[in-house]
Ligand binder design. Sequence first.
Ligand SMILES: Nc1nc2c(ncn2[C@@H]2O[C@H](COP(=O)(O)OP(=O)(O)OP(=O)(O)O)[C@@H](O)[C@H]2O)c(=O)[nH]1
Ligand SMILES: [Mg+2]
Length: 296
Amino acid sequence: MRSGTVAVIGKANAGKSTLVNAMVGEKVAIVSPKPQTTRDRIMGILNRSDRQIVFVDTPGIYRSRNALGDLMLRTTETTSRDVDALLFVHDGHAGVREDDIALMLKYQSLGVPMLVAYNKTDIMPAERVPEDAKRLYEGGVEAAVYAVSARRRRNLGKLEDALAAMLPEGEPLFPEDVISDRSERFMIAELMREKILLGYDEEIPHGVAIVVNTFEKRENGTYAVDLDVICEKKNHKAILIGKQGSAIKETATHARVAMEKFLGAKVYLTVYVKVRADWRDKASLIKEFGYRPDDP
Ligand SMILES: Nc1nc2c(ncn2[C@@H]2O[C@H](COP(=O)(O)OP(=O)(O)OP(=O)(O)O)[C@@H](O)[C@H]2O)c(=O)[nH]1
Ligand SMILES: [Mg+2]
C-alpha cells in the first residue's frame, strides 16, 4: 500500500481545486473563475485498494495586499515543506512566463519530490504543450510534466499513478471512507462563498467572510442553517443585498441548492449581510472568521 500527502500548489486560478475534486471524485473544495478562491488548506483524499493519496489543496500564489493574503501565502509555504510530494499545477492556457519558471524552481529547491500538472489542455492548441514543456526543462525545471485537463478529466489516471509511485509504503493515514478533513459546517460556509464569488464582481467576494451561526440537523432530517455574510464596506453591503434584497436572495437560493446537494437533504437557509470594516487587515477578525491556518 502506498500512502502519503501531496500538496497541490501553483498560481491562483491554475485549477488546483478543480484538479483535487476530479482526482478525489467528489467536491471537497470550491471552485470559481476568480483568483484567490481557496483561502485555507483543505485535504481531499483518494482511496484505492493499493493507495491512499491525501491531496492538500492550498491557496494560490498571488500578490498579497492584506493580512489575510499574507496568511494564505504562509499556509501554502508551510504546507509545501511538510508533505511527501508536491504537485505544481500550471495553467497551460495562460502560457509559460519567466515568473512561472521561477516559481517552479523555488518549490523544486525545497527538496520534496515534485510533478507538474500542465492544466487546461482542453482550451489550447495541442502543439503548444511540448513547446512549453521544453521551455520549462530549458529553464531548469526537473519535474516530470503531465499534460492534463482537470475540467475534462483528461490524463488524470497517469498523473495518479505517477503520484502514487512517489509516496512511501505504509498504512493509510485516514479511514477509507473519509474523503476530506473538513467538516460539513465548513463546506456549507464555503458553498455560500462560492456562490458569492460567482455572482458578484471581484472586489466584493474577495472581501467576504462567512460565519455560520447555526448548523443544525432536525429530527425530520432537514437542516437549519443561519449564516452571516461579512463584508468590508457599507457600499459592498448595499451591492450584496441588491434592490429590495433581490441579489442576496438569488445568491442564497443558489447556495441553498448546492448545500442540499452536498448534504442530501432539504435546507432552510437564513442569511444576514453585515459590515466589519477592513477585516482582512485585522488579525483578531481574521481569526474570528475562522482563518487559522497556522494552527496544527
Ligand atoms: N478549461 C478549463 N478550465 C479549467 C480547468 N481546470 C480548472 N479550470 C477553471 O479554472 C478556474 C479556476 O479553477 P480553480 O480550481 O478554482 O483554481 P485554483 O487554482 O484552485 O484557484 P485558487 O483557489 O484561486 O488558487 C475555474 O473557472 C475552473 O473551472 C481545465 O482543465 N480546463
Ligand atoms: Mg482553489
